[in-house]
Write a protein that binds this ligand. Structure first.
Ligand SMILES: [Zn+2]
Ligand SMILES: [Zn+2]
Length: 96
């Protein structure tokens, strides 16, 4: 009988993936680096930009709440890629 090549061992060594509570991605703890998690440190808000120098300009007739953006970086797309990267944070980790 031939032994299956490459079998055995691999399964038990396989790392249990964790779920990041920040970006909701699953990741392997061993490959978690400072660049792994991409997120916005602040919330997507709906109000005027604090300073009018941001790139969103309200036009005449726009209600003041027309501006929706991430408070951290001013990105106006809720699906915009995060402006900050850091280690993924699992639900097992203590609050930072
Ligand atoms: Zn993450
Ligand atoms: Zn941001």
């Amino acid at each position: 009988m031939m032994e299956p090549v490459g079998g055995g061992g691999e399964e038990e060594k396989k790392e249990k993936e964790k779920l990041c509570r920040r970006c909701k991605a699953t990741y392997a703890p061993s490959s978690n680096t400072r660049l792994s998690c991409r997120f916005h440190p602040s919330f997507f808000v709906c109000r005027r930009h604090d300073d009018q120098k941001r790139y969103y300009q309200l036009r005449h007739g726009d209600p003041p709440y027309a501006a929706k953006f991430y408070d951290c970086c001013g990105a106006e797309d809720p699906d915009a890629a995060g402006c900050t990267t850091d280690f993924h944070l699992s639900y097992d980790d203590p609050d930072a």
